[in-house]
Design a protein around this ligand. Structure first.
Ligand SMILES: NC(=O)c1ccc[n+]([C@@H]2O[C@H](COP(=O)([O-])OP(=O)(O)OC[C@H]3O[C@@H](n4cnc5c(N)ncnc54)[C@H](O)[C@@H]3O)[C@@H](O)[C@H]2O)c1
Length: 333
């Protein structure tokens, strides 16, 4: 098996998650790790750097894996693409649309670039099933959706880098809500009309929002409502997809915190003649999952792109720009 020689920049929670997924895959050789905080690299045997440019310039490698704070992501992505390296970067693609467009310019300038962003929710098993159901058309076409993705902040929430706009670019919507937006975009297409209410309802002494409600509409008339929340004291992930001939409901999500409940997808066919159940109670088809393979599927797709020349299918630079355009629309209230 050909190995991708890679460096990981940013060895916090996600850097370690990506490291483990790359090891499980077997097709990666991590040649160096880099973090401004040396304590985060303790226990790793690879070469260590605290300066990302030095790490890139001094390593013999094929790919850069970017897992830093949002503010640093564009600089590292642009620099790496400019040097001809393949890049896997965490979401969000920078702090705002300008950041995403800057990375798109670097991508357009590079020769045969490979760039993938880590929108891992598309690789959750329930989401994969939902996409297959929608593509099969057995439930007709999706016409509207309702999504809620919420977490309970944290004890030091107001002091986290995620809520420092200079570093993160936005609050819970950009940090977590972007995954739900990405799923809706994946299932329904780009939203071109956006209304929203972006608020500090409980955590008032921080510069970012703790709640964002949005009503989104595609140019062909599909409608979605999205609530992204940092004040959902009991963690919640729920997405309803209403189709012309049926209904799909995703509830719960397997994550490292195990706090969003069992991951489950149910679907129902429209049954007004009551052949499968009472009115409004059609037969339910449910699948439950007990493992999260999203990180593995993602690193496999990146491997296949770099080694086997396959196209990056999900989390492309085009997805990144479209998502940041929609995020900008949500924040422009
Ligand atoms: N795909 C997902 O589901 C998911 C989940 C969580 C976080 N993320 C994203 O991953 C990124 C990292 O988040 P995290 O939860 O791992 O945060 P974290 O705070 O645990 O880790 C970030 C690390 O980056 C390091 N860092 C910051 N600036 C640096 C620089 N200039 N050079 C080198 N290292 C630097 C920090 O010291 C820290 O160790 C963020 O962009 C976040 O949005 C994605």
């Amino acid at each position: 098996m050909d190995k991708i020689r890679a460096v990981i920049i940013g060895m916090g929670r996600m850097g370690k998650t990506r490291y483990n997924a790359m090891k499980r895959h077997g097709g990666y050789e991590v040649v160096a790790v880099c973090d401004t905080n040396e304590a985060n690299m303790e226990g790793y045997e690879e070469k260590k750097y605290t300066d990302w440019k030095e790490c890139i310039d001094n390593s013999e490698m094929d790919a850069v894996i970017v897992c830093t704070y949002n503010v640093v992501i564009p600089d590292i992505v642009c620099y790496s693409l400019g040097k001809g390296y393949s890049v896997f970067s965490e979401k969000p693609p920078g702090r705002n649309l300008d950041d995403a467009l800057r990375m798109k310019e670097a991508y357009d300038r590079a020769e045969s670039p490979i760039l993938k962003y880590g929108f891992n929710h598309r690789y959750h098993n329930s989401v994969i099933e939902a996409k297959a159901l929608l593509d099969s058309k057995i439930l007709g076409d999706v016409v509207c959706a309702r999504g809620v993705y919420g977490k309970a902040g944290s004890p030091d929430f107001t002091h986290e880098w995620r809520n420092d706009t200079q570093i993160s670019g936005g609050g819970i919507m950009l940090d977590q809500g972007i995954h739900m937006l990405d799923l809706m975009y994946y299932f329904m297409g780009e939203f071109t009309e956006i209304q929203s209410s972006v608020d500090q309802l409980v955590w008032k002494d921080m510069p970012t929002e703790d709640s964002a409600f949005s009503i989104l509409r595609t140019s062909d008339g599909k409608v979605a409502s999205l609530h992204s929340s940092a004040i959902q004291w009991r963690h919640k992930f729920s997405l309803d997809l209403i189709c012309t001939k049926g209904f799909i409901s995703l509830n719960g999500l397997l994550t490292s915190t195990n706090s969003y409940g069992e991951e489950k997808i149910s679907y129902y066919r429209k049954d007004l003649e009551q052949k499968t159940g009472g009115l409004g109670k059609p037969m339910e088809h449910t699948m439950c999952f007990d493992s999260d393979q999203s990180w593995d599927y993602e690193m496999k797709e990146f491997y296949d792109a770099v080694v086997n020349g396959e196209p990056v299918k999900l989390g492309t630079i085009y997805d990144a720009v479209n998502l940041m355009k929609m995020i900008e629309g949500i924040y422009r209230v």
